[in-house]
Design a protein around this ligand. Sequence first.
Ligand SMILES: C=CC1=C(C)c2cc3[nH]c(cc4nc(cc5[nH]c(cc1n2)c(C)c5CCC(=O)O)C(CCC(=O)O)=C4C)c(C)c3C=C
Ligand code: FE2
Length: 400
Amino acid sequence: MTDLSRRRLLTGAGLAVGAGAATGAGLVRFAPPEPAAAAASGELIPFYGPHQSGIATPVQERLQFAAFDLSTASPARVAALLKVWTAAAVRMTAAQEVGRGATGRATAPPDDSGETLDLDASRLTVTVGFGPSFFTRLNLRAPGPLKELPAFPGERLDPARSGGDICVQACADDPQVTVHAVRNLTRLAAGTATLRWSQSGFGRAASSSRSEKTPRNLMGFKDGTNNIAIHDRDKLARHVWVGDEGPEWMYGGSYMVTRRIRMHLDLWDRTPLRQQEDTIGRTKREGAPYGGDEEFDPVRIHALPPRSHVRLAHPDSNDGRRILRRGYSYSDGNDSRGRLDAGLFFIAYQRDPETGFIPLQRQLAARDALNRYIQHVGSGVWACPGGVRRGSFWGEALFS
Ligand SMILES: C=CC1=C(C)c2cc3[nH]c(cc4nc(cc5[nH]c(cc1n2)c(C)c5CCC(=O)O)C(CCC(=O)O)=C4C)c(C)c3C=C
Ligand SMILES: [Fe+2]
């Protein structure tokens, strides 16, 4: 079952069987799918390319995010892990089993844990980033823009939900697929890295193009209306992708900021509608900016309340700065006072946090009317290397 494409077998799509296809034991073996061809089906997202997938990729429904700590100071061992992880991610994103599969030798634990055996790839993407501590631990030179984030007023960061040496962002339309991806990468890391914290997310709180209906966050507002559209190559090149400024291994990569932001939903739910809308600066049902009628009407910042979230976050209030948002809602049970532990797992990509997230968050932390209803409780900043070409692995140029 090792080279079996589950998606092709299950859907019957792409039945142009490649050379070497064979039948046996009632099962059909297909050649591994060509990522580009498979992507046309809309269910597989190509792993290889100039940028890592999972950044300027249509936002999937589910997130499983994981931060790992290294248990070694050896760059060679970490490079070996990244090689193994890359091979596993290539297979998982093509709906193939990890390694020798979920049903290999009866006398050994299977390479793949097996819970996605009957599932398709569900547009799985796996994106990797390195935190500032990664470079300290391995005695490697960190890229200039990758610095610990400054402290912001009002935050209450839990170290157990913050930081880490390496992160993995797994996104797909099926939570079993995202959990499987992180679980199997965690297994492969044994002896080299251990899971530090993880976060699941749902109901994408960011849209990536106008052709999609804008999703709503847990406050009930459309979130992602004025995001950078993933087909806007100029804006991506200007605000998201690292260019010639280096280092070379970051070319085509991006810096990711993650923030676990808890929402005080009990207070929010007791807040009158008009006050909720004044807080955001947009209407709740339509998502229209104040001064406009429809969702995509232009934002004229002077028509918005001075401390409203959108006014303060808009590029016109921030010297034209933009970030690519890719966050998800989360709901992780409740606290001892019976309040939901829920909110937004905020993810933003940018060319440099110093000109992206940091000044934006400084302004929001100081003045945003939304602060009454939220608190930042977890944080991370990550250098996500450029895309992987066939035969290479995540961050290879960093180790050579
Ligand atoms: C530092 C950056 C940002 C943080 C942190 C943040 C948290 C946060 N946002 C919402 C809800 C909405 N945000 C919206 C727009 C918006 N937010 C940011 C940045 C941060 N948000 C930007 C750059 C923008 C776009 C502003 C613009 O150009 O108009 C919106 C409106 C819809 C939209 O355009 O996406 C909502 C709603 C919450 C609830 C939250 C923390 C929990
Ligand atoms: Fe926002």
